[in-house]
Design a protein around this ligand. Sequence first.
Ligand SMILES: [Zn+2]
Length: 311
Amino acid sequence: MDKYIYGVDVGGTFLKIGLFAVNNHQLLDSKAVETPQENHEISIFQEIIKTINIINIDHGIDMNDVLGIGLAIPCPTKNGYVSTCANLDFCHIDLVQSFKALLPNHIVVTVGNDATLAALGENNSLETPYENAVLITLGTGVGGGIILNSNIIEGKTGLGGEIGHIKVFDTDEVCGCGAHGCLEQVCGTKGILNNALEQKNKMGSVLKEGFTVKDVFDAAKQNDKAALNTVHRVAEYLAIATVNLAITIEPDVFIIGGGVSKAGDFLLDLIVHYFKKHARFNTGDIKFILAHTGNDAGMIGSYYHAYQHIK
Ligand SMILES: [Zn+2]
């Protein structure tokens, strides 16, 4: 009999619920539903169960053949326990126990941080997954996840893998985390736009008022000096952070994802250039690849997380 596991990416706006076949890890179906706005500690679980029931009926699946449900959530979590969550109304709650209480006994529930599980999703959906992988996502913020010996790293309280807050430079400006000089302050959207504007004011640029991060990378590809300076700065600071990770955990691969990674090989080649320049010992040969699962990484990772607890 075929068996199934659901992977759920719990976001502040949408819940993305995916049905996976255990025998070949294929995503069979997925639905995105709006995240309820109140009473998250109950309403989110109810919405997930409602949607799973609909998908089960669509595919003629009996709940007895659903072995587990994995959740990816946008906050630090340790073994499913969340102390606070900036995006959802979760406070000092054991999400595994709370969700299990609403489900048939046989269903295994796992919970992990979304960026950490995205790392698992990206890595495990490669044709040959690596044992040790680090994902860095470049978007509004800079997120990350670490896989060591094929397992996610949560750390003592769930803060393991907060790569965006590695200190890489000195500045008086304060990061969202309250500290100064984080990687995110250079490589997050705000950092990129502010620096590009500064460069433009200094030397002129093809960038027009109201430019976006994509415009900065497009201008850099066209050899616009101001945009190139900004992109080189992003690549070099990202390389410095990965050099520090390389001598700490020596992963097999760094996976670069998030909206900014759409700049593709142009950005990747620059990161590798600066990584080799700053690398210690023989870590300079560590591979860099682009992420490939897009917005499904968290959902796919939450599937593999549950799968690891069941097999
Ligand atoms: Zn920070």
